[in-house]
Design a protein around this ligand. Sequence first.
Ligand SMILES: C[S@@+](CC[C@H](N)C(=O)[O-])C[C@H]1O[C@@H](n2cnc3c(N)ncnc32)[C@H](O)[C@@H]1O
Length: 228
Amino acid sequence: MNKELQDEINPETRLVDYYARRAPEYERIYHRPERQEDLRKLEQLVAQAFRNLDVLEIACGTGYWTQFIAKQARSILATDCNREVIDIARHKDYTPCTVSFVESDAYSLTNIEVSRLAGFSGFWWSHIAKAKLHKFINALHSKLDDRALVLLIDNRYVEGNSLPISRHDGEGNTYQMRRLADGSEYEVRKNFPTKTELTERLTPYAHDLKIEFLTYYWLARYRVTSRE
Ligand SMILES: C[S@@+](CC[C@H](N)C(=O)[O-])C[C@H]1O[C@@H](n2cnc3c(N)ncnc32)[C@H](O)[C@@H]1O
């Protein structure tokens, strides 16, 4: 997409369009050799976290993490706003877990009716504007039982390894320039919270919050606070 056109489109629409177009090449990001050790650790954690639980996954993308949740979860309702990524995710093998896919906007989840025992979202938090984080957390928690387990994972910024930050906006968000295989370029919002920021952001909504930073990734695990 050319720069002039991108400037006219708001960051939310641009992000959705970027991931729709990136869908066929998306999982290359999981092949980077230096990240394999961290990935194996995360995959194991994700596989073990949801034993016998009914999991709601937000922004599931091509189902990379869905595969690991499926190893022990009872069922997964996996959501994303892009049909293009869900079409790829549907073709993975999740046996023996029952997995269904629904197109849904992470900020509203209006078409998700059942209440679930656990929530998961991978590599979505970093794309959310800081001013909209509360909207995502509230939407997610409104679909989960009190004390439901939540696991969030995402990228850390690693100098010399992560794509450089191309811009800061006035609301504390950062952006990167991303290039797809066809040469098209997108400015994509990508935030890299510190442990303190994550703690401050999640504490009002969380019991037993545990945040861990690996070399390339962070993970936050907690239980939803009661909504009394
Ligand atoms: C970085 S990818 C993460 C995909 C997958 N969770 C993973 O970790 O491999 C971000 C995903 O967010 C989805 N997305 C973007 N905006 C969204 C929205 N408003 N609601 C739901 N999903 C959204 C994109 O379609 C994309 O699949």
